[in-house]
Design a protein around this ligand. Structure first.
Ligand code: DC
Length: 217
């Protein structure tokens, strides 16, 4: 069974997707991490983020793998190297929406995501899972929250990772990414018609997970 989870940045998708996958005994696939890994490779290779041809070439020659750890965390391997922490840094967050709006990049990464998803039962999380990657997914969710709540959550998460960020910068970044992610030409962020909409603004993590589990039964 495929469970597709989409929604804007900071809505709590990763948190609930990870827990849901664990409770269902499914594989967890964080597709945003894959776009982040490619962005890291481009920056580390000095590739201009606006040079679509070079980024496409890079995408075709990159291996991105996701590995679930026994403690429930996910390791992201870029050409065999663990980049799980590096891809969460602001320098990646700043450019990832520009990389992920490129049509050919999406084709390559969607191909990888479908391959991973075909391995068996899994929970996939991203922006276009229910609309493009797995439009026939058995369960689809669109996880949302107010802009203020999303900024606050992302700010706390980054602080927890010991990142020195200002809340105003997190707000600017989220609003910028929301705009690029939902207005891009290819696979913009939108709710699939048959997705269950959950506003998590005033719900606890457990309440959201319980709601999702009920729908998955
Ligand atoms: O979920 P995240 O913040 O780690 O995602 C990083 C970026 O990747 C996000 O700004 C948009 C892009 N993304 C995408 O375009 N499609 C996906 N399926 C997942 C993420």
């Amino acid at each position: 069974m495929i469970v597709a989870i989409d929604g804007p940045a900071g809505a709590g998708k990763s948190t609930v997707a990870k827990i849901l996958a664990r409770r269902l005994g499914f594989l967890y696939i964080d597709t945003g991490a894959m776009y982040r890994a490619l962005t890291l490779k481009a920056l580390d290779n000095g590739v201009d983020i606006n040079d679509e041809a070079r980024i496409n070439e890079l995408a075709l020659n990159t291996n991105i793998d996701l590995r679930s750890n026994t403690d429930g965390s996910l390791s992201v391997l870029l050409d065999g190297e663990d980049v799980s922490l590096e891809i969460r840094k602001p320098r990646i967050t700043q450019y990832v929406s520009d990389v992920s709006k490129i049509k050919e990049v999406r084709e390559v990464l969607v191909g990888m995501q479908r391959k991973l998803g075909e391995k068996g039962d899994c929970v996939l999380e991203g922006r276009d899972i229910g609309t493009v990657v797995f439009p026939d997914a058995q369960k689809k969710f669109f996880i949302d929250a107010s802009a203020a709540v999303r900024v606050n959550r992302r700010f706390k998460e980054l602080k927890g990772l010991n990142q020195d960020v200002a809340e105003a910068d997190v707000a600017k970044d989220l609003s910028n990414r929301d705009k690029i992610d939902s207005t891009r030409q290819v696979s913009p962020l939108r709710k699939a018609e048959d997705a269950i909409y959950i506003d998590t603004s005033s719900l606890s993590i457990e309440e959201v997970v319980q709601k999702m589990l009920e729908f998955c039964k």
